[in-house]
Write a protein that binds this ligand. Structure first.
Ligand code: GLN
Length: 308
C-alpha cells in the first residue's frame, strides 16, 4: 500500500505531543540547543517516490547512526575479520556503558552499534588506513546519502571532543586490553568526526533505501556494497540498533533501525522503503521519544514489521 501524504501528515500531528515525553541530550552541550518540539519524517520507496512531513528540512547531526556507515565500510573492507575484535550480541546497558568490556567477551565490545563497538570498528579502519580512513568513511556516507554536499558541524564536533571523556575511557580501556593498536586520539578523531556530520531526514531515507535494496542503488543499478554486507547490517540493526531497547523495538515496530542522540532514526523496510525520522527529545534509553511511536504507528498501519 502506498503511504499517502495526507495519512502521513495526520499521523505526524497525532504523534507530535510525544515529543513532550522526552528530553534533549545534554551530555554533549551543543545538542541541548535543538528545538525539542521538532518532529519530521521522510520515506522513499524503491521507485524513488518520496513523502515527507513535519520538520523534514531541519538539519541535525547524524551521531550514532554513523555507526551503520562505519559497520558497512568495515564489513566490505575487512569482512569477518572484524569479529575478531567485536561481538554481535545485544547489551542490556546504556549505549556508552563500559561495564561489559571488563566482565564479558574477553574485553571485546559486545556489538558494533554501541559506542565501545563503534570505536573498535573505527580502530580497525584507522589501523589499516590511517588518516585516509576518515576520508573513505566520509565518502561512503556521502555516496549512500546521494549528497556530496554533506558537511561536518564543527561546533558539535568541538563540543563532543571537549566533553567526550566517557568515549575516551572506552577507547583507552580497549587499547589497554590490546583490542587495538592504533593511536587512541586518531581513532576518536575519526569516531567523533563521523558522529558530527549534519544531515536531514531525506539523507537518512536515502541511505536506508540502499540498504533496503541490498546495497544496490535502485536508481542507477550501482553496487555500493555487497548483499552479504546488507544482510549482516540489517541483522545487527535489528538486534542491536536501538541500544538497550532493541528487543522492545523489534516487538513493537519490527523494522531494522538505528538511532542517534541527535534525535534521528534510520529505518530499513527491506525491499520497500528507506525511512528517516527526526525528533531530538529522547527517551531514557537515548532513542527519539516521538520517533519511536511514529515508526510504531507506521509499522502497524502499513504492516511493515519484518516479522509479519
Ligand atoms: N557521538 C555520540 C557519543 O559518542 C553518539 C552516541 C549516540 O548517538 N547514541 O556519545
Amino acid at each position: 500500500m502506498q503511504i499517502s501524504q495526507d495519512r502521513l501528515d495526520q499521523l505526524l500531528q497525532q504523534i507530535r505531543p510525544c515529543t513532550r515525553n522526552g528530553r534533549l541530550a545534554s551530555y554533549i552541550p551543543e545538542l541541548n540547543k535543538a528545538d525539542p518540539d521538532t518532529l519530521g519524517i521522510c520515506i522513499i520507496d524503491m521507485d524513488g517516490n518520496m513523502v515527507s512531513s513535519g520538520d523534514y528540512e531541519t538539519r541535525f547531526t547524524i551521531q550514532s547512526i554513523s555507526k551503520v556507515i562505519t559497520l558497512i565500510y568495515a564489513l566490505e573492507s575487512y569482512g569477518d575479520r572484524l569479529f575478531t575484535r567485536i561481538g554481535v550480541e545485544q547489551t542490556a546497558d546504556s549505549f556508552n556503558s563500559i561495564i561489559k568490556l571488563e566482565t564479558r567477551n574477553d574485553g571485546k565490545p559486545l556489538n558494533p552499534l554501541i559506542n565501545a563497538g563503534a570505536i573498535a570498528t573505527t580502530s580497525f579502519i584507522v589501523e589499516s588506513e590511517g588518516r585516509e580512513g576518515i576520508k573513505n568513511l566520509s565518502a561512503l556516507l556521502k555516496a549512500l546519502a546521494k549528497n556530496p554536499e554533506l558537511k561536518i558541524n564543527e561546533i558539535v564536533l568541538n563540543s563532543e571532543k571537549r566533553t567526550g571523556d566517557t568515549n575516551r575511557a572506552l577507547a583507552y580501556f580497549q587499547h589497554g586490553q590490546k583490542i587495538f593498536d592504533a593511536s587512541v586520539e586518531d581513532v576518536l578523531d575519526a569516531y567523533f568526526t563521523m558522529c558530527s556530520y549534519e544531515v536531514q531526514v531525506k539523507d537518512l531515507a536515502n541511505i536506508a533505501r540502499i540498504i533496503a535494496n541490498n546495497g544496490t542503488d535502485p536508481e542507477t543499478g550501482e553496487i555500493l556494497f555487497s548483499s552479504k554486507t546488507a544482510k549482516m547490517t540489517k541483522t545487527i540493526m535489528t538486534t542491536c540498533g536501538m541500544y538497550d531497547s532493541s528487543g522492545e523495538f523489534a516487538l513493537s515496530v519490527g523494522i531494522p533501525s538505528k538511532s542517534g542522540v541527535g534525535g534521528g532514526i534510520l529505518s530499513v523496510v527491506p525491499g520497500k522503503y528507506g525511512i528517516g525520522t527526526l525528533g531530538p527529545a529522547l527517551d531514557e534509553k537515548g532513542n527519539s521519544a516521538a520517533g519511536v511511536p511514529l515508526l510504531q504507528r507506521l509499522s502497524e498501519d502499513y504492516d511493515l514489521s519484518i516479522f509479519s
